[in-house]
Write a protein that binds this ligand. Structure first.
Ligand SMILES: Cc1ncc(COP(=O)(O)O)c(C=O)c1O
Length: 367
């Protein structure tokens, strides 16, 4: 197992480095005043500092369930397990399925791949195209594994969005074969057009749908969740208990207070989508101007632009980029195996426009 390049980079970079590496939200868009007001309400009650239940405080689970219900995906508080970020949800789920074989996308999210390795899950990769996973490959693989890990909305790292047809095909295959999909959806709310229907909605008993407030409110809250059938939630709760008893109670109460005003949260999401769309368009335009040989498609949401630099070994290049104080993630990090790779993932949400231009100019100099 190797450490996540991104987490190592986050530790290594200094103030002068322009980072397009981590999947970091734009701090200037955190709703700091509203979260501070929610915090003030919560911290005066000593009960909020007490131990709490393992599956998460009920009013917060109800509010998360309501987010699903609003989209026509029938969900009760009993279908929700609150976790310490969706990263912990992945860990708990991997513990449950330990030793199995799992179908994943190629490339996939390194944070999940590492968890799967640690829990002795064998991985079968199926090519990910811009409109989703290759369906024939998925059918062949899932027929054997009966378990898959997919990121259908603005995938990390590729930014791809599954088409409605591919979502329907996957749901049909899963229904026919039995088994489960793990649908990881931390970027689902960051769409620039309209929201895509989750695959899980068509197979509510055969899916574990993962959500998170990290990309929409703040990653520091460390609040994510799993939506699954009640039996599965009970099993996962047992595993969670052995890990940390429960996710931070005080944070759950603060988040619950913040979400009391549903309209305020919806407005915040709207603002976020506009701001990120603007940044993506800016980043894409600067890329076309400064590094025209970089081949990519504009994403329809999320946080990443992914593409190819023909003829380059982007892993070798990144160390020279670091010396010039600019950094991105080389595509090789997201593929299983260490072959030479000319792909790059850029995060466009975190840097200011000024730094986007400056960072790309520095890369141009190296190229
Ligand atoms: C696809 C995917 N899943 C899960 C996570 C973990 O997010 P968190 O634990 O902050 O909810 C990330 C973070 O970048 C991610 O990209």
């Amino acid at each position: 197992m190797k450490r996540s390049f991104i987490r190592e980079i986050l530790e290594a970079i200094d103030e002068q480095t322009i980072s397009f590496a981590g999947g970091l939200p734009d701090e200037s868009l955190f709703p700091v005043d509203d979260l501070a007001e929610a915090t003030r309400q919560i911290v005066t009650n000593p009960k909020h500092f007490q131990y709490t239940v393992s599956n998460g405080i009920r009013p917060l689970r109800e509010k998360i369930a309501d987010l699903y219900n609003a989209e026509g995906f029938e969900t009760k508080a009993e279908n929700i397990l609150i976790t310490t970020g969706s990263q912990q949800a992945l860990y708990i789920i991997a513990k449950y399925f330990a030793g199995r074989t799992i179908t994943i996308e190629k490339p996939s999210y390194l944070g999940a791949v590492n968890i799967f390795k640690m829990n002795n899950l064998r991985m079968e990769s199926v090519a990910l195209e811009y409109d989703g996973i290759d369906i024939d490959g998925f059918r062949d693989s899932f027929g054997g594994t009966g378990l898959a890990y997919l990121i259908p909305d603005f995938q990390n790292p590729k930014g791809s969005l599954y088409s409605v047809e591919k979502r329907e095909s996957i749901a049909a295959i899963v229904k026919k074969c039995c088994g489960y999909i793990i649908e990881d959806a931390p970027y689902s709310e960051l769409y620039f057009g309209s929201k895509a229907p989750s695959i899980s909605r068509s197979i509510p008993d055969q899916s574990l749908h993962l959500g998170s407030f990290s990309k929409t409110l703040s990653p520091s809250l460390r609040i994510g969740w799993v939506r699954a059938n009640e039996k599965m939630i009970a099993r996962l709760t047992m595993i969670k208990e052995t890990i940390d008893l429960h996710s931070s109670g005080i944070t759950q109460h603060i988040l619950n207070a913040y979400l009391e005003d549903g309209a305020r949260y919806r407005d915040h999401l709207e603002k976020l989508r506009h701001a990120y769309r603007d940044k993506m368009e800016y980043f894409a335009a600067q890329l076309r101007r400064i590094i025209p040989e970089f081949e990519f498609e504009e994403p329809k949401g999320g946080m990443f632009i992914y593409g190819r630099l023909p003829g380059a070994d982007t892993k070798e290049l990144v160390y020279r980029a670091l010396e010039q104080k600019v950094v991105y993630v080389p595509g090789s990090e997201f593929h299983l195996g260490d072959g030479v790779c000319n792909e790059i993932r850029f995060n466009y949400t975190h840097s200011s426009k000024e730094n986007i231009t400056e960072g790309l100019e520095r890369l141009r100099g190296i190229l």
